[in-house]
Design a protein around this ligand. Structure first.
Ligand SMILES: C[S@@+](CC[C@H](N)C(=O)[O-])C[C@H]1O[C@@H](n2cnc3c(N)ncnc32)[C@H](O)[C@@H]1O
Length: 488
């Protein structure tokens, strides 16, 4: 795959960046915490005051972070041994007033550098083939990816290559695809600059990897939902509604190796008269995949359209907004959900399918939480009723009991009792006194069967009936990680 620069020039660029200390830690040390935080919010005043020495690191910070035009002599000194003329010819630099400015975004990211198009600027509409840099969605997916070592991994819709960088840390072979040749040139340059080697393939969605299977597939696809108009390749798939995510889901059985995992960010429509959970589960109907889909946000159609028009700095176009909203109205779309979909090719005859709201703030990184969720779900699926009753359970560390009470004539009357996990996924579950007694007694000492027998005696209830009532609750609490079977 073609890179923006020749191999020798990429080596020169890497040498310049390394020598200058243009790394995440080097920049943080030069700017200090306050100026770095301000710069992160696009307030470059402090950063510009600090970086006026003209040394290579200062020049690179001013050029690539603060978006300044710098004197050609300073830029040449900072980029040496990469000739300025070569950098200009490759589009890395452009002529500014009285000097040179960055033509691309060159961003230290973790221990890597990432190349992409310059971010959106007020009043400058993004071109159709804009290549996105590392953004909120990129880091959401990167943080939610299960990072167990794998043989083969695919990043579908790689853009600047950010997910592929992360995959390189735990996959023996990384494949990255994109519809956009421009994106692939950026991804190829990102890979080469970081000394990595990926298989890069151009094409629409699954086409470049037809008949190939992977241990892990990640995708931050162009998931924006609407009439199917493709104005910007970074966000529009050209598929109507949430068709692109349904397509990705439907491909799971042919895309995943045995035991393989597919993780992608998605938007889905909330259609009048339909549960969103049924819609997302429906994408996977008949695939045989275990599924855990979590809805992290829900938007109202108007906010959604405004958000995405602003994202591409599209001028306020009342007609376009109206068409988009009319399409939503005509298709009964009442809201749009955003979330993370994780599917696994576990080969179970009766796969687990769970779609649920998880809108609370969770403890990062989510990837470990996703892996733990599947471990617990597997444990539950592998145990029959008798085995579940024979197992011992313990409360997760730090579990809290919260009570809501109203003052009555005889003192406080408890209205609601809630179990809350202060860590991890931070679930809060309303419970009744019986469940509270069960959870209180869950120290890992007694088998569930014996705990239920004690409760039955205390409440003068038949043990069998109590078991029937409590087993689904235990399943739910274990699935969510409030109760853990020992020794899990
Ligand atoms: C939201 S960006 C994600 C970029 C990057 N992976 C990340 O996580 O930030 C979506 C990417 O999908 C690519 N894309 C758009 N339509 C596609 C299609 N039909 N098939 C494959 N890739 C596509 C875009 O070019 C873009 O790079």
């Amino acid at each position: 795959m073609q890179t923006l620069l020749e191999t020798a020039d990429i080596d020169h660029l890497r040498a310049a960046l390394t020598r200058a200390g243009f790394t995440a830690s080097g920049i943080a040390a030069r700017l200090g915490p306050q100026a770095a935080a301000d710069a992160g919010r696009s307030d470059f005043r402090a950063a510009l005051r600090i970086t006026d020495s003209g040394d290579p690191l200062d020049t690179m910070i001013r050029l690539f972070i603060c978006g300044q035009t710098e004197p050609e002599s300073a830029v040449a000194a900072a980029l040496a041994p990469l000739p300025v003329a070569t950098a200009r010819a490759a589009g890395l630099l452009v002529q500014g007033e009285g000097g040179l400015a960055a033509g691309v975004d060159l961003e230290p990211y973790g221990d890597w550098w990432v190349l992409s198009d310059l971010p959106a600027q007020p009043g400058r509409q993004l071109p159709a083939d804009h290549v996105l840099g590392v953004g909120g969605a990129s880091t959401t997916l990167a943080g939610a990816t299960v990072r167990t070592p794998v043989g083969t991994a695919l990043d579908l819709g790689t853009g600047c290559g950010v997910q592929a960088l992360h995959l390189s840390t735990h996959a023996r072979a990384v494949t990255a695809t994109d519809l956009s040749p421009r994106a692939l040139r950026f991804a190829a340059t990102t890979a080469a600059l970081n000394g990595l080697s990926w298989e890069l393939l151009q094409g629409d969605m699954l086409a470049p990897v037809a008949d190939r299977r992977f241990d892990l597939v990640v995708s931050n696809p162009p998931f924006v939902v609407g009439p199917g108009l493709a104005t910007h390749v970074y966000r529009d798939s050209g598929r109507a509604g949430d068709g692109v995510c349904a397509e990705l889901a439907g491909a799971a059985p042919t895309l995943l190796a045995e035991g393989g995992t597919l993780q992608f960010l998605a938007n889905w429509v909330h259609v009048k008269g339909e549960d969103w959970e049924d819609r997302v589960a429906g994408w996977f109907a008949g695939t045989g995949m275990d599924l855990w889909a979590i809805q992290r946000e829900v938007s109202d159609p108007l906010d959604y359209v405004r958000l995405w028009l602003a994202d591409a700095s599209e001028k306020h176009d009342a007609q376009r907004a109206a068409q988009w909203l009319d399409w939503f109205a005509a298709h009964g779309v009442e809201a749009i959900g955003f979330g993370l979909v994780t599917a696994r090719n576990s080969g179970k005859t009766d796969p687990s399918v769970v779609c649920e709201d998880l809108r609370q703030q969770v403890q990062a990184p989510l990837g470990d939480r996703v892996a733990e969720w599947f471990t617990r779900r597997d444990w539950l699926d592998a145990h029959d009723r008798e085995q579940l009753l024979a197992a011992r359970y313990r409360r997760v560390d730090g579990l809290q009991l919260r009570q809501e009470a109203t003052m009555g004539e005889d003192g406080w009357m408890v209205d609601r009792q809630l179990l809350a996990m202060p860590e991890g996924l931070r679930w809060v579950e309303e419970i009744d006194p019986l469940i509270l007694a069960l959870v209180s007694g869950s120290n890992g000492d007694l088998a569930l069967r014996d705990q239920i027998a004690l409760l039955a005696t205390a409440h003068e209830a038949p043990t069998e009936a109590l078991s029937e009532a409590l087993l689904p609750v235990i399943d739910h609490l274990v699935e969510r990680g409030l109760l853990l079977p020992t020794p899990l």
